[in-house]
Design a protein around this ligand. Structure first.
Ligand code: 26W
Length: 827
């Protein structure tokens, strides 16, 4: 391009970050991007204009960052995740940009209501839960640390479903988040890759006799088109890229195929192929072998790898230095097909020999495991894989063969080991085990909390740990304090800035400095005032929520369990405690129990019947308890519908007590536990996931730990777990369960909750009743402490002060050092 053109800034496009310039920029976009006048503009028009004005201010740094990566050519990390739960866009961008105040002033000066604008903010719910939110926190930390990184993901047209509560039941409705357009993304029709499916493999050889493979007769091919979302670091010059893939029909690019006579059918088939990126699968703990999901996974992986190879080849003519320039992190096994896909691209397209391709693959990939629940581990039937991805199945078989040959040499005659480590499972259905593929094809495998990584090594994959003693490692999860403190809790942020300065925003260890104020009466009072203001804010949301319209008392103990609904997370344990409290209050109206509001929020997978029934039980108990005049001022139960990143930002700062009560050994890490503690909630929890590390940081005296350890859970299981025993022995437990069983909370359907009773009383894998007594006892300690505000506040301060190690900045630094060998490239 001609220099004089690039240097001439059209006077109509104002640049700079002063209030007036931003204001002009917003007006400019209202006119030229929205074609609206202030008179005709809707709220969404204003939102879009603000978005464009903010985006303009990112563009320069964005281009600059990408140019720097191109010219300096550092090693880059590519984060491959099928899910990103980034949360609300505008609010998110404003935290990290150092001109938030100016934007807010400009909005005011235009006579717009900031609150209304904030309410129009769009939340991209492109994930289910922990794994997707972790990916978003990691993107924030990588940009903030100046790491040459890019995320790859899927641009689902429908993100995680919108949860309505109708008659107490979860009802799913579609989350059409793109309906009004998403001004933060840039379509990149020039980054377009063909993705093939089905067909068969033809083997031939070239002139020199080298074998060549052709994937022929593929059909239902689609194109992957890129959409880019900028990811700015906090107050720095880095803007990384999140590239999301969307399916486009090949027909659009192949005009000939429209000449086949039936034009209408041709167009409608075009439509069909675009269903590939339509919807996010709403499961996060149950693998279903759906063909469309397999195709999504391959679509995602193939587009990302073609893109990564294209970029690498701009700077390099051989593949020798590929692993020195490229690290790829697999966020669970969902993108594990990247391993055979890289092999295929290197061999079939780039004509590299198997050995070279394999060495490159293993040096490039690393795999993070996020769950040990057997039903969540991905397996694909060989039949399906053979049909959809014939060439990949062939490559996987070859990987497996080579690997098993080596194992046989190392451990001759050990058939039990062979059976465990084989990528191919023979029974009951011949299948491909994606975790085995990911472990064999990666140089490093990590768990997400110390206990989880131990369980991976010793219980889930002991044979692999023996074969690859240095492959397994731990990197405990983390959260970004920019969102989970600075942005969601402005009152606490201000108090911190006043007391210890604002260094904690980029160095969470500085929270330590709070420790010396833990007993300071003046500071304690301010801390309590902050918590009270957040509880009032939360009470306000619950009052205003159209589905709730409920008045809650901010002086209650706010007892909070927010996360996906799953039996292993044991929402039932928390609910049984609420029923026990209810009975105690009823029996003894004058007892001096601490008044509480127990709050739940979370989505259940649409096909997970027991989880959905748990929601109905929570809402039924809420209905009964909240309408009982005898107890209404002492106990409230609330189910907050449609839990999302945005809801979490409203709830977490207002929590007093954080419920982290999964069966020990089952929650890989948890990250809500960190968010709540960072906002001054005390934890009641089991020795599971990152709770253990949280306990080690805050000290035994500042956390409420109860229940069996994961070792004890295993012992009880081997001995034989008999839930009836606990039921017979414990009077309060029996009473609570009998009420549920006999229809006390569902008088119109007395047997409605029988499946829940059965799940608890007949061989419950999650051993809810085994931990009941110890949980109820711990809750008594919670109450006693809550009656001493000074003691409670002290512990609350010490909790927040000890969260330094749980920043995602720490996690990302460890990934860089231990796994990626990638270094910051700041400007
Ligand atoms: C294939 C179906 C499916 C989809 C998603 C199975 C499993 C998943 C995810 C791995 C589930 C998930 O989100 N796991 C959570 O990951 C968090 C981040 O590491 C952890 O903090 C949670 O403990 C873990 O449950």
């Amino acid at each position: 391009m001609n220099d004089s053109v690039t240097n001439t800034k059209p006077s109509s496009l104002p640049e700079g970050n002063s209030v007036d310039v931003i204001k002009d920029s917003i007006s400019h976009h209202l006119k030229y991007s929205q074609a609206k006048s202030p008179r005709t503009a809707t709220l969404m028009d204003h939102y879009n204009s603000i978005a464009f004005a903010v985006r303009d201010r990112l563009v320069e740094k964005w281009i600059d960052t990408q140019n720097r990566y191109f010219t300096k050519d550092p090693k880059r990390i590519y984060y491959l995740s099928m899910e990103y739960l980034v949360g609300r866009a505008l609010s998110n961008y404003l935290v990290n940009l150092d001109f938030k105040k100016e934007v807010c002033r400009a909005i005011e000066k235009l006579g717009l209501d900031l609150e209304n604008i904030e309410q129009s903010d769009i939340e991209a719910g492109l994930g289910n839960g922990g794994l997707g939110r972790l990916a978003a926190c990691f993107m924030d930390s990588m940009a903030t640390l100046g790491i040459p990184a890019a995320g790859y993901g899927m641009r689902y047209e429908y993100g995680i479903f919108y949860q309505k509560i109708i008659d107490g039941f979860q009802v799913e409705t579609a989350d059409n988040w793109l309906r009004k357009g998403y001004p933060w993304e840039l379509p990149r029709p020039d980054y377009l890759y063909p993705i093939r499916f089905y067909g068969r493999v033809q083997h031939t050889s070239d002139k020199e006799g080298y074998g060549i493979c052709h994937w022929v007769d593929s059909h239902d091919d689609v194109m992957a088109m890129a959409y880019d979302v900028p990811i700015p670091g906090y107050h720095n010059q880095t803007v990384n890229n999140l590239r999301l893939w969307s399916a486009r029909s090949t027909r659009e690019f192949d005009l000939d195929s429209f000449n086949e006579g039936d034009y209408v059918q041709a167009v409608s088939r075009k439509h069909e192929s675009e269903t590939l990126s339509k919807v996010l699968y709403p499961n996060d703990s149950n693998m279903q072998g759906k063909e469309l999901r397999l195709k999504q996974e391959y679509f995602f992986v193939s587009a990302s790898l073609q893109d990564i190879l294209r970029r690498y080849k701009r700077n390099h003519s051989t593949f020798e230095s590929f692993p020195k320039k490229v690290a790829i992190q697999l966020n669970d096994t969902h993108p594990a097909l990247a391993i055979p896909e890289l092999m295929r691209l290197l061999m079939d397209r780039e004509h590299r020999p198997w050995e070279e391709a394999w060495e490159i693959a293993v040096k490039t990939f690393a795999y993070t495991n996020h769950t040990v629940l057997p039903e969540a581990l991905e397996k694909w039937s060989v039949d399906l894989m053979q049909r959809v991805l014939p060439r990949h199945l062939e490559i996987i078989y070859q990987i497996n063969q080579n690997f098993l040959n080596r194992v046989q040499v190392q451990h001759p005659g050990n058939n039990a080991m062979l059976e465990k480590v084989s990528i191919v499972e023979e029974q009951p259905v011949k299948s491909i085990r994606m975790s085995n593929l990911a472990i064999i094809g990666s140089h490093t495998v990590n768990g997400v909390a110390a206990l989880h990584s131990d369980i991976l090594k010793n219980r889930v994959f002991p044979e692999f740990n023996k074969l690859f003693p240095n492959r397994f490692t731990n990197i405990t999860n983390g959260i970004t304090q920019r969102l989970w403190l600075k942005s969601c809790n402005p009152a606490l942020s201000d108090l911190l800035n006043d007391t210890i300065g604002d260094g904690w925003v980029t160095d969470l260890n500085q929270m330590q400095k709070l420790k010396k104020f833990a007993d300071d009466e003046e500071f304690q009072k301010r801390w309590r005032d902050v918590k009270m203001s957040n509880k009032k804010r939360l009470a306000g949301y619950i009052r205003e929520d159209r589905a709730l319209r409920m008045e809650i008392n901010p002086h209650h103990l706010f007892d909070v369990q927010v996360k996906r609904i799953h039996e292993y997370k044991r929402q039932l344990l928390c609910l049984l405690h609420a029923i026990v409290l209810y009975n105690r209050f009823k029996e003894n109206p004058n007892c001096d129990h601490v008044p509480r509001t127990v709050m739940f929020a979370g989505k259940a997978a649409p096909g997970y019947d027991v989880a959905k029934l748990i929601i109905k039980l929570i809402t039924s108990v809420a209905d009964k308890v909240n309408h009982d005049v005898q107890t209404a001022d002492k106990l409230r139960v609330v189910f907050i519908p449609n839990y999302s990143v945005n809801k979490a930002e409203g709830i977490i700062p207002g929590a007093d007590l954080s419920e982290q009560i999964s069966t020990a050994g089952m929650e890989a890490s948890g990250t809500g536990n960190m968010k709540l503690a960072l906002n001054g909630a005390l934890t009641i929890g089991t020795l599971d996931g990152a709770n253990i590390e949280i306990k080690n940081e805050v000290g035994d005296d500042n956390i409420f730990i109860f229940g069996l350890t994961s070792g004890q859970v295993d012992e009880v299981k081997t001995r034989g777990y008999n839930p009836r025993e606990y039921y017979e022995k414990n009077h309060e437990l029996r009473r609570a369960l009998d009420m549920v069983r006999d229809g006390y909370f569902s008088p119109d359907h007395p047997h409605l909750f029988q499946p829940i009773i059965d799940s608890l009383l007949v061989k419950d894998r999650f051993m809810v009743l085994a931990d009941f007594a110890s949980y109820i006892e711990k809750q008594k300690e919670v109450e006693a402490l809550f009656l001493s505000p000074k003691e409670w506040t002290r512990k609350s301060i010490l909790n927040a002060a000890s969260m330094g190690p749980f920043s995602s900045d720490r996690a990302i630094r460890q990934y860089c050092q231990k796994i990626w060998d990638v270094h910051p490239l700041p400007k």
